[in-house]
Design a protein around this ligand. Structure first.
Ligand code: F6P
Length: 543
């Protein structure tokens, strides 16, 4: 694709947007709404249970037209087709990018190197379903004959963030008699606290690692093995208490896990796009195979929407283009993700890996340094907590922070007026950010002159509001896919590889080297800078 697409800064729509942005910047959302009262209903789009109100963005019809032209000129349509048809669009790793195949119905056929991958996807799903049913029904027994009651997922990055987020998000649908824990950090405290009140006889570890080489996961998995054997003594016990979620059969076997208890996936599933593969086994055990398949159906519905809907009504495309607009033309450095749903408390953390590991790139597909800013920083907290913490800066600080508010019509835990209050805050925050409060309005309230400037809200702060009926497994799938494809849209505009992650390598290599130096019996001759040398020396002498 890189060869056929004109460099970003040379695309006509990009040039037009650069000029247009200067004309847009002075425009106020107050004025835009005054000029076009229909704007609040017009600049909306709806699909697969998600309603997007993007009217409170600093855009006009001309902006949207140019952004849509940019998508065309960036080859977005072709790139989407390339992904869905299994072409190797992850060029630096020479891999197809087929998380969409993980949720494709059995009737579909998606080929990689001439081979249809959909049957294998369903084979693994069936194996996961049978296993989950066995565990959930108490028929999967520990080594001493007790049923499993505790599930501990050991993984990091995509092998942790998706499973934790989905478990929290769908807790309402989960098997409450079971205890679920997630261990990711190589800090021993993470493992120690996760298992301190668990009985090894009733505990099943899911070792989740695409590569089965990740230092943190392997270290935690070995500690889990020791913890289990400390009580159960016999190495045969491992078969009852450990399963692997991985692509690496050889290393799984080497670890001592029976490969019959391995749930596989493929190199065309990126770590941060893997929560709906075998990596989702903890989710499936928690919510049951039927609910898991409903979640996959939700993902798939958004996939179909993304692939087939004209860009002007295409939710992920609109979301992605708006992010490019603020990142590149308004110097916005971040995007705040603000779910007004307690169950989505880990959603911002999940999106951090999805968005930043994907689009935190400084070279294009053809290896040149990018000419524009790329992936913004994603962050956030569930509402209303953030309002009493960082919203001050969003309202009155000096930075532009586009916000995505996410809310639901129905609460899963209706309680008096709580939900109405929660949702009133969504609408109030978006309104306050967009329209603010002028000096005249402040004065009319009788505020003393000296205090006036402090009480003015400039407004003109952009936000999207995403509404849905209720947080269900389907809806969660659609919501995640919305952001996956928004990331894809952004990466396509920037002509970067959203599916590699070379930037995590250097730190890993250096840590391995330094670990050897820290553990050496005699102080090794330093090959580092004076700061690193001094820090290692200090640690060695104080540890
Ligand atoms: O940190 C880089 C990374 O490769 C992520 O992309 C990935 O999700 C994580 O490490 C874990 O990798 P694995 O599943 O192979 O253990």
């Amino acid at each position: 694709m890189s060869e056929t697409v004109t460099p970003l800064a040379a695309r006509p729509a990009w040039k037009a947007l650069a000029a247009h942005a200067e004309a847009i910047k002075p425009l106020q959302l107050r004025q835009l709404f005054k000029d076009d009262p229909a704007r609040g209903t017009r600049l909306t789009a709806e699909a697969v249970g998600l309603f997007l109100d993007y009217s409170k963005n600093r855009v006009t019809d001309e902006t949207l037209k140019l952004l849509l032209e940019l998508a065309e000129q960036s080859g977005l349509k072709q790139h989407i087709e390339a992904m869905f048809t299994g072409q190797k669009i992850n060029t630096t790793e020479n891999r197809a990018v087929l998380h969409v195949a993980l949720r494709a119905p059995k009737s579909e056929s998606i080929k990689v190197d001439g081979e249809d991958v959909v049957p294998a996807v369903h084979e693994v799903l069936d194996k996961m379903s049978a296993f989950s049913d066995k565990v959930r029904s108490g028929n999967w027994l520990g080594y001493t004959g007790k049923p499993i009651r505790n599930i501990v997922n050991i993984g990091i990055g995509g092998s942790d963030l998706g499973p934790v987020m989905a478990y929290e998000a769908l807790r309402h649908y989960s098997k409450r008699e079971f205890t679920f824990r997630f261990v990711s950090n190589v800090d021993g405290t993470d493992f120690a606290e996760a298992v301190r009140d668990l009985d090894p006889e009733e505990t099943l570890f899911l070792v989740a690692s695409k590569t089965f080489t990740t230092l943190e996961t392997m270290t935690n998995a070995h500690s889990a093995r020791e913890w289990t054997l400390a009580k159960l003594k016999q190495t045969e016990a491992i078969a009852n208490h450990f399963v692997a979620l991985s692509t690496n059969t050889e290393l799984v076997a080497k670890f001592g896990i029976d490969t019959a208890n391995m749930f596989g996936f493929w190199d065309w599933v990126g770590g941060r796009y893997s929560m709906d593969s075998a990596i989702g086994l903890s989710t499936m055990i928690a919510i049951g195979p039927d609910n898991f398949r409903k979640m996959l159906a939700g993902f798939h519905a958004m996939d179909v929407h993304f692939r087939t809907t004209p860009f002007a009504q295409n939710l992920p495309v609109l979301l992605g283009l708006l992010t490019v607009w603020y990142t590149d033309f308004f110097d916005a450095q971040t995007v705040a993700i603000l779910p007004y749903e307690q169950y989505l408390k880990r959603f911002p953390a999940y999106l951090q890996q999805l968005t930043m590991e994907s689009n935190g790139k400084h070279v294009t597909l053809s290896g040149e340094h990018v000419q524009t800013e790329t992936g913004p920083i994603y962050w956030g907290e569930p509402g209303t907590n953030g309002q009493h913490s960082f919203y001050q800066l969003i309202h009155q600080g000096t930075r532009l922070i586009p916000c995505d508010f996410i809310g639901f019509a129905k609460s899963l835990n209706p309680l008096g007026r709580h939900h109405d209050m929660l949702m009133a805050n969504v609408f109030a925050q978006a309104e306050a950010l967009a329209f603010g409060k002028t000096a005249e309005e402040v004065k009319a309230e009788g505020v003393p002159d000296a205090l006036g400037p402090h009480k003015v809200f400039e407004g003109n702060r952009p936000s999207n509001v995403i509404l849905a009926q209720k947080l269900t497994p389907e809806l969660l799938g659609s919501l995640i896919a919305l952001y996956e494809h928004s990331v894809f849209t952004q990466g396509t505009i920037w002509s970067i590889d959203s599916f590699d992650q070379w930037g995590v390598e250097l730190g890993k290599v250096l840590a391995t080297k330094i670990l050897g130096e820290i553990e050496a019996s005699v102080e090794p001759a330093s090959t580092h800078d004076t700061s690193t040398t001094n820090l290692i020396k200090r640690y060695r002498s104080t540890k």
